[in-house]
Design a protein around this ligand. Structure first.
Ligand SMILES: Cc1cc2nc3c(=O)[nH]c(=O)nc-3n(C[C@H](O)[C@H](O)[C@H](O)COP(=O)(O)OP(=O)(O)OC[C@H]3O[C@@H](n4cnc5c(N)ncnc54)[C@H](O)[C@@H]3O)c2cc1C
Length: 341
């Protein structure tokens, strides 16, 4: 039974307290509308979950929101710099936050929506969905994937010194994890489905990994897929023959996708294109549901590198202007998609 006192009323509710959701809240609030940001986890929950020592590839000014300068001591911000920056901005703007509250579904119509969460109902005239892509990993779909020594999220290498670890994936995340793990004393096998590392592996990471593979510090199996996982070992299928590898831990770093079940529960249609793009007007970011908008990475569907912080933060001013019935600001230059993970 829902507690009636948990009912709340806002002009706009933003789902997702990531960089883009926060940017939206600031711009909408500056239009004189009442806002609330709801997140199922912590403030900037996705960045909280990134690798501990992660360094952004963007320089700090390209990650700024709300016009607040992002001071850093280094050329590229670290994860901790970003966590600190976005918290300071959210607190400086006194953004109303409802953290650790998961949005489940949406009922009603434009001007009178009712958002259902795991803690109650929120009444709102409009909704901005800024839920990113980091909550639903692309699965290997093999037996044993749900075992506790398998993870789709990598944080740091130190628990794996002296242990055999299998890393699955050919892009930046798996390349960086394999390098860190090997340097921390793990016996790393990198399992890659295709014949080589992805082209998108950053130019400063690729030669490091290629050289570690050449000197035998990291074992790499190309044209290889995972067939089954058991405690302590993993079956792989290679070009030549099946093999069983020792594996005290498996990092399956094969990317992520938007939460399509949430989008469906919010009534947002998906286009029949290869990227399964959630339906939205590219000019206003309004979806097939009037008064419900998409912002940030979620806009790209399976093309999770189409929108990132650098370009997704500009959705905020466009949506805020549309909500306030004003002309959209001059669009920023469209940045090319990048490979992030
Ligand atoms: C390792 C790595 C490095 C990166 N480096 C860069 C970089 O250098 N530059 C750059 O521009 N981008 C970078 N990115 C990409 C960037 O971090 C994302 O594009 C960015 O976080 C997207 O912001 P967002 O606000 O759209 O989504 P997110 O930051 O993912 O925020 C979405 C939020 O929605 C919440 N949420 C989801 N479902 C619900 C629900 N049902 N109810 C309530 N809340 C919900 C989540 O908890 C989360 O806090 C990187 C990504 C990775 C993985």
């Amino acid at each position: 039974m829902l507690d009636p006192s948990s009912l709340s009323f806002y002009d706009t509710v933003i789902i997702g307290a990531g960089p883009v959701g926060l940017a939206c809240a600031i711009e909408v609030q500056r239009q004189g509308l009442s806002v609330c940001v709801v997140d199922k986890g912590a403030l900037v929950n996705s960045i909280v979950g990134y690798p501990t020592n992660m360094e952004f590839f963007s320089t700090p000014e390209l990650l700024e929101i709300g016009g607040y300068p992002f001071p850093t001591s280094g050329y590229k911000p670290l994860r901790e710099d970003a966590l600190d920056y976005y918290r300071r901005v959210a607190f400086a703007e006194k953004l109303p936050l409802r953290l650790y509250e998961r949005v489940l579904s949406l009922e009603g119509e434009a001007g009178a929506y009712e958002l259902h969460t795991d803690q109650g109902r929120i009444h709102t005239q409009s909704v901005i969905v800024a839920t990113g892509f980091f909550d639903v990993p692309n699965k290997l779909n093999v037996p044993g994937e749900e075992l506790p020594h398998v993870s789709h999220y990598y944080k740091e290498p130190y628990a794996h010194a002296g242990q055999p670890v299998v890393v699955v994936g050919a892009k930046n995340s798996s390349a960086k994890a394999a390098l860190q793990l090997a340097r921390a004393g793990a016996q790393v096998t990198l399992v890659v489905r295709g014949p080589e590392l992805a082209e998108s592996v950053k130019y400063w990471i690729r030669p490091d990994l290629v050289n570690r593979i050449a000197e035998g510090r990291i074992k790499a199996l190309f044209n290889t897929t995972i067939a089954a996982i058991r405690p302590g070992e993993v079956d792989v299928v290679t070009e030549n023959a099946p093999q069983t590898l020792p594996a005290s831990f498996i990092y399956a770093l094969t990317g992520y996708r938007p939460d399509y079940s949430l989008l469906a529960a919010l009534g947002i249609d998906t286009q029949p294109d290869a990227a399964r793009t959630p339906w939205h007007d590219p000019e206003t970011f309004e979806t097939n549901k009037q008064g419900v908008y998409l912002a940030g990475t979620v806009c790209g569907g399976l093309n999770t590198s189409r929108w990132f912080i650098e370009n997704g933060r500009f959705h905020a001013a466009v949506i805020a202007a549309h909500l306030a019935g004003q002309a959209a600001p001059t669009p920023p230059p469209v940045l090319q998609p990048v490979q992030l993970s």
